[in-house]
Design a binder for this molecule. Structure first.
Ligand code: 6PG
Length: 272
């Protein structure tokens, strides 16, 4: 069975609508994300000189990054890569998000080094790293005080506790101070971290949340069906963009409307 066309999906929902798209396997999810990247690169470069992307870490996107690594003909010279969040470990540590993105994707495509903007973890601590990253964003996007960067693509994952990026349950999701980047200090989640703030994520043109595996089924249900506002991932709501939740059948299997077939979409789930 052929899946939905990336072009149709991207053209389909009106601003601020959200869709869940379910595929049988992780591989099919990855193929679909590749086709979304193709369309977005094409459409973005018709209007602007670069495509600005923010990548998450974790295990889920590895397959997607490996699939993207095979797309040598994507306009890599015009793609700028940032990280959504980083664990405060050296980039060559096996837990580094940037290290994973290098190994799975960036080392294999003809992307200029100047287009790659990691979160620096050699600095004194996550607060210094957050300031440094804030500066990088502000220079690259030419931001004035109070302005937010507008990424073309933000790739997110979903933690089993409902976190996304490095915004964990119990952390604030709003940011009245207008920060673009937060330091995050470990409280039971392993490492100190640095993360883009929710307002930056929500300012993106296209946000993809990739949700794979049985272990994500319960939390996906809490976000989609129960609309649990205590969970940070429930606050991903593009202010003038599009959100696609891309899930495999294992992760989507417990949703109230769980009998999806390959490539079937559910439109506009909302938080009321
Ligand atoms: C990280 C992330 C994080 C991730 C989720 C899901 O540093 O871990 O960027 O937000 O996307 O924790 O991770 P998995 O895909 O490994 O389940």
């Amino acid at each position: 069975m052929t899946g939905p066309s990336a072009r149709a999906i991207l053209a389909g929902p009106k601003a601020n609508e959200r869709q869940i798209i379910v595929f049988e396997t992780e591989g099919r999810c990855a193929d679909f994300v590749v086709s979304l990247w193709r369309e977005i690169c094409k459409e973005t470069l018709e209007a602007r000189p670069f495509v600005n992307v923010a990548l998450s870490g974790g295990r889920s996107p590895v397959g997607v990054y490996r699939a993207l690594a095979k797309q040598k003909d994507l306009p890599w010279g015009k793609v700028h890569i940032f990280m959504v969040d980083e664990r405060f470990v050296p980039h060559d540590d096996e837990d580094s998000n940037f290290g994973m993105a290098l190994k799975a994707l960036l080392d294999h495509v003809p992307i200029p080094a100047v287009n790659i903007h990691p979160i620096e973890t050699k600095l004194k601590g996550p607060d210094r790293a957050a300031q440094d990253y804030e500066k990088k964003l502000s220079q690259h996007f030419n931001l004035k005080k109070g302005e937010l960067p507008r990424f073309d693509i933000v790739m997110l994952g979903l933690g089993e506790d409902g976190h996304t990026a490095s915004i964990f349950p119990g952390s604030p999701v709003a940011d009245d101070a207008g920060n673009r980047v937060w330091p995050v200090f470990a409280k039971g989640h392993g490492y100190d971290r640095v993360t883009l703030t929710m307002p930056v994520i929500n300012n993106a043109r296209h946000i993809f949340i990739l949700v794979l595996g049985h272990n994500k089924a319960a939390i996906l249900r809490k976000i989609v069906d129960d609309r649990d506002r205590a969970l940070p991932a429930s606050h991903v709501r593009p202010t003038h963009g599009q959100l696609l939740v891309i899930a495999d059948r294992d992760a989507a299997g417990s949703l109230a409307h769980g009998s999806y077939s390959e490539g079937q979409t559910k439109m506009g789930y909302s938080h009321g």
